[in-house]
Design a protein around this ligand. Structure first.
Ligand SMILES: *Cc1c(COP(=O)(O)O)cnc(C)c1O
Length: 390
């Protein structure tokens, strides 16, 4: 195994495990959400692993993300649901991407692109059932439906799915979940009456997929659970396995005398003669500066506290007076599965008042993605050299 200074190890067997758990819990097919470079894990290998493990489809936000997956040779059904006016719908149509629409303006642009190329665009309808973010707004719904029926009648579009996104999926028993599902079902009835019945319907994100099988229609649309982070910590881990382990090579070990300060502004002063280590991971790599003084790393079976400021490229840990037997070149786990103790992405999130979604998706491009697991070998993404995801 070739070492790299900073490594995000991505366990593709864990992806396979998590797909199986999501299918079993939801009794539905899985549309694996691989937006934002698969929440920082690497979109192409994760997409391949998810499909190999039985996920039916893929989903991303930007069309450019969908086009990148196609360019990598992934021929699965891909839905893309966030479009700005500059979006290249013609390219999306040419690549056979399912374009989820949030407005009549988007529909008109897609229809124009479809006419231009003389083809039929595959579209889905993103219904705003209460999130008031993306999705067709309530006041536009009727005229949107009429325009969609017209576009369908002239073969400019084929309507694949109706979808919406939950406001409070992470509160499974909240009545808003049921209200949103009812609004989506009503929208499907409207579309059906207009002659544009969707082929499939989906609304459940990770927490709903795991806890509300009654909300699953044809597909569930999980992101974070695919990556093995429980979306409902109070209800346990559901058997999910965390996919990403972030580790750094100890770059430098040195003595610091009692009374000396460490890192910018000397926010940590050595209370005793000690030994410190420098790790090549900083806020530019996604280690939040807010974690200064609040993180610990695991080396072997010992935990060591981060001390002083987290810098752009590096952070410092205290090895204690005896140095803990740590040597330059040893590997420090910044976060991992937590299965044998050791820090997790959730520990980081809790320490700074955010969610683990932000932690894993924020791990930067300098962390070399290394793909492991039997699936990795089968998919040819495990070349043993710490393959970069780009
Ligand atoms: C990101 C996203 C998801 C996945 O959400 P998780 O909470 O990570 O499961 C599903 N649907 C849409 C529309 C999204 O934007």
């Amino acid at each position: 195994m070739t070492a790299s200074a900073l490594t995000a190890t991505v366990d593709l067997d864990a992806i396979a495990n998590n797909v199986a758990i999501l299918r079993a819990a939801s009794h539905a097919d899985v549309l694996a959400v691989v937006k934002a470079d698969a929440y920082g894990h690497g979109a192409v290998p994760v997409a391949r692993a998810a499909i190999a493990a039985g996920a039916a489809e893929l989903g991303v936000a930007h069309l450019t993300e969908a086009l990148d997956l196609r360019a990598a040779g992934i021929d699965a059904h891909i839905t893309s649901w966030l479009h700005a006016p500059s979006a290249d719908f013609a390219a999306g149509i040419a690549a056979g991407i399912d374009i989820a629409l949030s407005s009549e303006r988007q529909l008109a642009a897609v229809v124009a692109a479809a006419r231009e190329s003389g083809t039929t665009a595959t579209v889905s309808v993103k219904v705003d059932t209460g999130l008031n973010r993306s999705g067709v707004a309530v006041d536009e719904w009727q005229s949107f439906t009429e325009s969609l029926a017209k576009a369908h009648a002239e073969d400019a579009v084929r309507v694949r799915a109706a979808m919406c996104h939950l406001v409070r999926g992470d509160e499974p028993d909240h009545p808003l979940n049921d209200a949103q599902a009812a609004r989506l079902d009503a929208a499907v009835a409207d579309l059906t009456r207009a002659g544009v019945a969707p082929e499939v319907v989906h609304l459940a994100n990770s927490p709903a997929a795991l806890s509300r099988p009654d909300l699953a229609r044809d597909l569930v649309r999980p992101g974070i659970a695919l990556y093995g982070r429980t979306p409902l910590p109070d209800r346990g881990d559901f058997g999910l396995i965390p996919v990403m382990t972030l580790s750094a090579e100890v770059a430098l070990v040195k003595k610091v005398a009692a009374g000396q300060g460490v890192s910018y502004s000397h926010t940590w002063i050595a209370p005793y003669d000690t030994t410190v280590a420098v790790l090549p991971a900083g806020y530019a790599d996604g280690v939040p500066r807010l974690l200064s003084g609040k993180l610990s790393v695991r080396i072997g079976d010992q935990d060591f506290a981060g001390i002083g400021r987290v810098c752009m490229d590096q952070l410092v840990i205290d090895l204690g007076p005896d140095g803990g037997g740590v040597r330059e070149g040893d590997r420090a786990e910044l976060f991992g599965t937590g299965a044998h103790g050791g820090p997790t992405a959730k520990d980081w999130a809790d320490a700074i008042g955010t969610i683990d979604y932000e932690v894993v998706s924020g791990i930067g491009a300098r962390a070399v993605r290394r793909y492991t697991g039997s699936v990795a070998a089968e998919l040819g993404v495990d070349d043993g050299s710490g393959q970069d995801r780009r």
